[in-house]
Write a protein that binds this ligand. Structure first.
Ligand code: P61
Length: 470
């Protein structure tokens, strides 16, 4: 027999291959425009990938938010929308799905995650209070600040080090948290803002041990814990994989146990819940629920639709059930890991360990010659688009924004470019194309000169900022 040269992915990794637990029923054509056209599109977009037209993008790894492929069941569910203003049957189905899956008592639908962040921040933060959390998220922190709060980062130090291999880099540093409580006093703490997985740290998980200990500490001071459950399913996968005692538990069991240590949650259903639009807020406290239910009608819509149509609620309820299937979560996280392994093998700097939803390229080490005020992560996103039409997202100095007190840039330690993998959308071949493009940009890295910001919006500047090439 001839010597075997080609190997399957499983063979390369020394195991039997496995495949996604679905097949493709409908496709959307992709278009790759020429390099000259990409250059023109990039200049028109002010070198900001948020300002590109999606038609000009080949493989879109801007975000995993609202970009999932829905299943045939979800699409069938869209036909069952009960578009009543009040009391739609789809709402009751969604309410039950969230109660059964996440374990919270009361549910309020919202148009997306930030709608829920707005409500909980308005109700639970008093002016002058602090909100400790395991690393900031852009919209979460802004809503906390707009409600008069100050976010304080209490994530473990390892999370700010792209190379640290800690298996649970999303963990809260309990001594940092207790120091703030003691320094400021319990009354000055609004609640603990806990996210699993931690987006800005690279999709890093929180361990069950950590959330349990956090619960004990917060009970000691009568402080509430609210969970950003946006990517908690992926967090549950890492607990199953890495934490002693959880190997034989299902994703569903782990998820529910984790949530049981918290007092409520907000959700961008556009991620884990496999829908293109939607969010929710869940809470156990009856009085707070009444208050939130009252506020939702001011900002989102009646408490049984929260800015969504009945068909959206139905798709979300079905998406929740699909999102906790073990085979689905494994194939999702392993696809991200496949891309990460290729890049690691080729010596391309990225956040370690690979997280749940994305590869975060380490733009500091990628462009060692560029200082942070030349926007290395934004530069990398622009170069990648130019090379191959792959769209990624800046998660560095532009995303971090300015210090509200000093007005200066925040200069975060992590200067990252995120290659975010939508759920159930791209194949292994797409990952190969992306990997080769990252490699090509890396080989050409010394020719990049960085960017200058020439337009800066007041809020969440990274979405609409414009740059010029240096
Ligand atoms: C994303 F560039 N994430 O990752 P909404 N919590 C968490 C999120 O990841 C999240 C929201 C709350 C997005 C979209 C996005 O700076 C950005 O449904 C952990 O988007 O309102 C959203 O949920 C908010 C992209 C948001 C950004 C903010 O791509």
């Amino acid at each position: 027999m001839a010597r075997s040269i080609l190997h399957t992915m499983g063979q390369q990794l020394g195991r039997r291959s496995w495949a996604e637990p679905w097949k493709i029923k409908m496709v959307e054509p992709l278009r790759l425009i020429s390099r000259d056209e990409r250059q023109k599109a990039l200049v028109e977009a002010g070198y900001n990938t948020f300002l590109l037209r999606s038609e000009d993008v080949y493989i879109d790894l801007l975000t995993d938010s609202g970009t999932s492929a829905m299943s045939d069941r979800q699409w069938a569910g869209m036909m069952l929308g009960d578009e009543a203003y009040a009391g739609s049957r789809n709402f009751y189905k969604l309410e039950k799905a969230i109660q059964d899956t996440y374990g919270y008592k009361h549910i309020i639908p919202t148009h997306q995650g930030r709608g829920a962040e707005h409500l909980i921040s308005q109700v639970e933060i008093k002016k002058g209070q602090f909100v400790p959390g395991n690393m900031y998220f852009t919209t979460t922190r802004l809503h906390q600040e707009l409600a008069g709060g100050t976010f304080v980062d209490v994530i473990i130090d390892e999370a700010h080090d792209a190379q640290n291999e800690h298996p649970f880099k999303g963990n809260v540093d309990l001594s940092k948290l207790e120091n703030i409580i003691k320094k400021e006093g319990t009354d000055k703490i609004a609640y603990v803002s806990l996210a699993g997985t931690v987006n800005m740290a690279g999709g890093q998980p929180v361990s069950m041990e950590n959330v349990k200990a956090l619960r004990t500490l917060c009970d000691k001071y009568a402080i509430k814990i609210y969970l950003d459950a946006t990517r908690m399913v992926e967090n549950a996968f890492f607990i199953q994989e890495r934490e002693l005692g959880y190997k034989d538990k299902t994703i569903a069991q782990i998820l529910k146990e984790f949530c049981s240590y918290t007092d409520g949650a907000w959700m961008s259903a556009k991620k884990d819940n496999l829908v293109n639009i939607g969010g929710w807020l869940a809470i156990n406290d009856e009085d707070l629920f009444q208050e939130l239910r009252n506020l939702v009608v001011v900002y989102e819509g009646l408490h049984t639709y929260g800015g969504l149509s009945g068909r959206d609620l139905e798709a979300m309820a079905i998406g929740i059930a699909e999102s906790i299937e073990d085979g689905h979560v494994r194939s999702r996280v392993e696809q991200v890991r496949y891309l990460g392994q290729l890049l690691e093998e080729w010596g391309i700097p990225a956040v370690r360990p690979v997280g749940g939803h994305a590869i975060f390229l380490d733009a500091r080490r990628f462009y060692e010659h560029l200082s942070q005020d030349k926007f290395p992560a934004q530069t990398l996103a622009a170069e990648l688009y130019l090379d191959s039409g792959v769209r990624s997202m800046e998660r560095g100095i532009a995303s971090a924004g300015r210090d509200p007190k000093t007005g200066d840039h925040k200069y975060p330690r992590l200067e990252l470019t995120r290659l975010t993998i939508p759920r159930r959308v791209y194949t292994q071949a797409h990952m190969d194309v992306v990997a080769e493009s990252v490699n090509a940009v890396y080989e050409n890295r010394n020719n990049s000169r960085g960017l200058k910001m020439v337009f800066e919006p007041k809020y969440l500047r990274f979405f609409q900022a414009r740059y010029e090439s240096l």
